[in-house]
Design a protein around this ligand. Sequence first.
Ligand code: ADP
Ligand code: MG
Ligand code: MG
Length: 902
Amino acid sequence: MAAQETDEHKYVYDFSEGNKDLKDLLGGKGANLAEMTNLGLPVPPGFTITTEACQAYLATGREPDGLAGQIEAHLEALERAMGKHLGDPRDPLLVSVRSGAKFSMPGMMETVLNVGLNDQSVVGLSAQAGGNDRFAWDSYRRLIQMFGKTVCEVPGEEFEHALDEAKAAKGTSNDLDLDADDLRGLVDAYKKIFAKHTGREFPQQPREQLDLAIRAVFESWNAERAVLYRRQERIPADLGTAVNVVTMVFGNLGPDSGTGVAFTRDPGSGAQGIYGDYLANAQGEDVVAGIRNTVPLQELEQLDKSSYDELLGIMARLEEHYRDLCDIEFTIERGKLWMLQTRVGKRTAAAAFVIAGQLVDEGLIDLDEALHRVNGAQLAQLMFPRFQLDHEFEAVATGIGASPGAASGTVVFTSARAVELAAEGKSVILVRRETNPDDLNGMIAAQGILTSRGGKTSHAAVVARGMGKTCVSGADAIEVNVPAKRFTVAGQTVHEGDVVSIDGTTGKVYLGEVPVMPSEVVQYFEGSLDPEHIDNALVRAVHRIMTHADGKRRLAVRTNADTGADAARARRFGAEGIGLCRTEHMFLGDRRELVERLILARAADEREAALEALLPLQRDDFVEIFREMDGLPVTVRLIDPPLHEFLPPLEQLAVNVAVAQERGEDVAKEEALLAAVRRMHEENPMLGLRGVRLGLVIPGLFAMQVRAIVEAAVECAKRGGDPKPEIMVPLVGAVQELETVRAEAEKIIEEVTREKAVEVLIGTMIEVPRAALTAGQIAEAAQFFSFGTNDLTQMGWGFSRDDVEGAFFWRYLELGIFGISPFESIDRDGVGRLVRIAAEEGRAARPGLKLGVCGEHGGDPDSVHFFHEVGLDYVSCSPFRVPVARLEAGRAAVETGGSDSR
Ligand code: ADP
Ligand code: MG
Ligand code: MG
């Protein structure tokens, strides 16, 4: 570095010096303007001031050394190339000053057009335009307006108000009816507004205009709205923005001029065709501002065929070059086409799949690249049920799509009411200004949550996502009045008991019940849509990309399923076995009574009788599951939760006993249960008598389960099936625990399989940190490991999920302690490290040890990539997440190196 100290740092790049890969330095807009310039497309000449200059300015509060000189040099070069000087009174060069960060970002400073105009050069501009006075004064008034508003914070309404007055005086509502004199008058009015708010005259020095505009772009990086947006989208705060200085071209020179925007394909559906809008005789900002009605781009063919053809040619060229959907901005100045912007365009989830498929057909990308271009979050979006919308339903408000899904229900305003109505079997939508931890029960009871405040990281949003509940947050058009039990929106009042529908994907809110239907993609996964025989571009694209992902992935995908029905559905979704079959539900319902007998047993024979009665019931459950997953592995977890969870709650028992005593009934059993519940009470059930500890404390419990599993397998095998049972011991922390359980299990397996041979594996969950750290020892006794990343996360961080998600996660997200909840996506550095250690040490002790994960992270896109990297054999997730995991496992396999999936 020292040797280069005298070398000046390069802060300014001519468009011919950059390219599309320099987004970090030149911002997206600048990098792509450079790319188009180098492609030989008609881009007005200009230069880009780098994000580094912005960073330096923001750090020190002044322009870095050398910047002013470099701007001067590039400006001179530009002037030479154009044969004009900035603001020259006779023949002025005018420029636009445009912000452009790496990621496109609302809330940043908008663009200032026509920089370089003043009281003299406005006359020169008119002469240059063949005496077009109207055009020149229109351009000047636009400069004062944009400069005033964005550089000097003059309230924009004042300018708009003055414009309206000018139009009113003329008796028109169309700004095209204002003539040169009207506009000259408007310039005077604008200057007065400017002076009133800034305490100075509108700057007449072109170079001062330029410098102030550049500085304002730098400073807009820290505008409140920009900061908020970055936080929400997790865009780093220190990137800074670039500034583009671009020679002006004029779409407002008359009817043979104009401006427009276009997409190379439909960003909504991905369909091929020409999508865009055109506005004759206007400057760029008019299109977005909606000042006049635009016409469909196709009409340009009539207006200016040669520009139209050239434009279509350029669009085709850009698509081929970027090998993707592009969106563009262009201007036509007296029949000459200019390109002002392009970028790889945003698109919906459906369009992402369709376009990727089309580009493969067109030979522009291969299937690996197509797979890279879509992601599991998009696929998940395509799998949510959706509203069947037609003209009858119009959104009354739009908030932030905070947690996807479609939900309809009765409006309630309090947590208590939500719980009440849900208990009656009603579907409810909890409406709040914002939620707080007191609303948790209501949120659990509700079908969906709607708030009028807060963004993607608000309490409501975080908790809803954690629960997989539909949520729309920050619908600020809604005025919530909790005491009065009503809200108002768009002039209508909605009372408690009325029905609303919310779309957690689009953030839209509807009055009334909008019917819900399963998505086409789910119908395809279910097997009810045949991709080869229907004309549905989306389903065909999904089918093709999924098939490719399956061919490429190294991770197998299993499902978490406790019943035959879930197993069957997951299998249709592509599950290759069960990674977690919980046995808890086999102790519920009418079997509770047997569990109570087991718990209350005072002697061995009473306990054995209860277990004896449970055995055939469990066996039947397993038979059904093995049948549905025939030929595929089924990992059954021995009972995990504390047994008192199967008993009625303390208060309820206490009341029962009191009431029965009152009536003089026999209360022996109730009293015994009450005593048991008191005895078994735990301060921290999460860390109490559960998992393998139960198996070691309650004689015969695990043995009964093992017997049920193996007998079921033998029964299936005898009928010609091919069951592949794997018995999994939960919550092991020390190898001795596993050895003890295993010795008992092996005796049972040996005995039961004498009749008919079935291979039964015995393995363990790795979900206690100690197990991860002693994996080498544990592997000696385990035929497989399955990472229980929910518990591993709880115990790794030392917090219980049920307690913390509502209590403080929102705050941790706000403070950036978490980028995302560690229950949603695996914490690579901490919990992930435990997984890595256990995988490495386990495999070192037992080569070929089978490794899987059965926590909810198994269906989270980013976590799937992590598990691929660590080298696990499979992930297991809920049935609906199976396709997402398949896709992401395929992506992980084809993506070598870079992990930038933004
Ligand atoms: P945004 O990012 O908000 O689109 P832009 O910097 O792209 O802001 O500019 C706003 C509008 O001004 C766009 O329509 C753009 O095409 C137009 N524009 C920008 N620079 C020029 C220029 N040098 N000549 C003509 N129009 C321009
Ligand atoms: Mg733009
Ligand atoms: Mg667990």
